[in-house]
Design a binder for this molecule. Structure first.
Ligand code: HEC
Length: 137
């Protein structure tokens, strides 16, 4: 890459990194967008498909806990967890839920980890790219 092009690239990268938190705040709610109704649907979907192994309150039973600072997913990014659950879970029937169901479960997991609901639902494009961690920094 030529130097001038590199400078422009770096400036653009820095700018978007600087603006991202403001864009998020402007969307209402917390760092990661999801809505309260989405999380409520997620709670029901979770209870049906995940709670038997991960616990009614996500505390873990035969499978790892999905909530709290020491949970297995605390330091994982939204994108990592979305990819993992949509391909590997439920353990006994991987990938059998719909995209909307995985997204709502993820919204519920975020809510249980202290993220606040906002006005925009969690979308697949955000869930598959967002590097924010499940545990709030
Ligand atoms: C039949 C039991 C079972 C069910 C049902 C189940 N899981 Fe799991 N899950 C597991 C086990 C066991 C592991 C640990 C796998 C490993 O460490 O290789 C796991 C791992 C995970 C992880 C990764 C934790 C880590 O260590 O990084 C996530 C996230 C997860 N499950 C989410 C879900 C979600 C969401 C559902 C419902 C859609 C679900 N699971 C349903 C058994 C289950």
């Amino acid at each position: 890459m030529r130097l001038a092009a590199l400078r422009i690239f770096l400036a653009a990268t820095t700018l978007s990194a600087t603006l991202l938190p403001f864009a998020r705040a402007a969307a209402g709610g917390d760092a990661i967008a999801f809505t309260a109704p989405q999380a409520a649907i997620g709670a029901k979907t979770y209870a049906k498909n995940c709670a038997s192994c991960h616990g009614a309150n996500l505390g873990g039973v035969t499978a790892p806990a999905l909530v709290g600072r020491t949970s297995a997913i605390a330091q994982q990014s939204l994108a990592e967890v979305y990819e993992y659950i949509s391909q590997q879970m439920p353990m006994t029937a991987p990938g059998t839920l719909s995209k909307a169901q995985y997204l709502s479960i993820l919204a519920y997991i975020l809510q249980k980890n202290g993220h606040k609901a906002g006005s925009r639902p969690l979308s697949a494009s955000v869930a598959s790219t967002d590097t924010a961690t499940i545990q709030k920094p």
